[in-house]
Design a protein around this ligand. Sequence first.
Ligand code: BGC
Length: 383
Amino acid sequence: MKKQVKTAAVLFLLACVSMTSCNTSKKENNNNMIEKVSFGKLPDGQETELYTLKNASGMEVKISNFGGTVVSWTAPNNKGVYEDVILGCDSVSGYLKGVPYFGALIGRYGNRIANGKFTLEGKEYSLAQNNGVNALHGGLKGFDKVLWTATPIEGEEPGLKLTYTAKDGEEGYPGNLSVEVVYTLQKDNSLKIDYKATTDKTTVVNLTNHTYFNLNGNLDSDILEHEVTLNADKFLPVDKTLIPTGELKPVAGNVFDFLKSKKISAGINDTTDTQIKAGGGYDHCWVLTDSTKTLKSAATVYEPKSGRVLEVLTTEPAIQFYTGNFLDGTIKGKNGIIYKHRSGLCLETQHYPDSPNQSAFPSTVLKPNETYQTTTVYKFSVK
Ligand code: BGC
C-alpha cells in the first residue's frame, strides 16, 4: 500500500515536471512573437523594415513599414499546405522600381480623381495627373511610397500599428492628415485592417489596401479560373479614362453580375461589352447591395484546385475589383517569378472613385473634429 502511494506521488511529480516543461517550450517556441528584419535601404539611406506576424495555426503575414505594404501572406490549401498567395517583391528595391501598388496602403485618395482636380469649400485643388489625365492612388508619392512609423502589437492575435502624417498641401491635398492603420492577424486566419484619420482642414480621404491575390499558391499562374462572388447589385460604368460616368448600373443581365459565384474567365474577355473593353477586363467599382456602415461580406473568391477561399468583409460602401489587366510580364517578383498578365486580383474596399467631383456619390469629405474610420477583413478558409 505504502509502495503504491509512493509510486503515485512520483508519477504525479513527473507529470507536473513534464507539464511545466511543455509550457516552457510552448513559450520558447511562441510563434506569436513578431519578428523584425531589415527590408533594405531607401535612396536617401533610410532603413526599411519587414515585420512577420504569425498566428497559432501557422499563417504568416509579412508587412513592411515602407508603404505599409503586405509583402507576403501564407494560407493553407485543402491539404493543409501553407503557400504564399500574394504578389510582391523580395526587398524594398523591387517596390522602388515602379510596381503597380503591390500590397500597399493607398491614400490619401484611393482610385481616380478626374483630371486631377476637385473643388472643396469653394477652392479648387490640383493634383498630379499620374494616370493619363487623371490622378490615381494619392499621387506621385502616395501613402504606398512613404515610410510609416511601425509599432508591433504582441499577443495571440499579433498586429502592426502604422502611423503617418501627410502634410497640408502634400500631393496637392489640403490639411495635415494624421493616419493610423492597424493590421491584426486573427486566430481565424483573417487579417483585419482598421483605418483611422483626422485632419486640421477640410479634405478628402479614401483609404484602401492594394494586395494582389492569387489563391493557386503558385504565383506563376493566372487568376482566370478563380470563382468570384460580389455582394453588389450595381456597378459604376466608366468612361475611356476609367472615371465613373455617374450612372449606378444594375449588374443583372450582364458580365458584371457576380451575385452568384462565377469563374472570372466567363466574362473577362467579352469585348462585345463596352465596359469590359474600357477596363481591358474587370477594373470597376461595384456598389455593395448592403450600404450600411456595418462590417458585412462584400466578396468571396474560391480557387477550386487548392480549395482556398478568401472572404472580404468591410464597413465601406464599395469594392474595386481589378483583375491585373495591366500586368504585362515585365515585373520580376519574389523568388524571381515573372508576374504575367492577370496573375493577381485586387479587391480594394473603398468609397466610389471620383467622389470629390460627383456630388451624388457618398461623400469622402473629412472635416476637422471628425474621425475617418473604416475596417476591412480578409479571411482565408478551405472548401
Ligand atoms: C486600378 C487600376 C490600376 C491598378 C494599378 C487599380 O486600383 O483600378 O486601373 O491599373 O490599380 O495601378
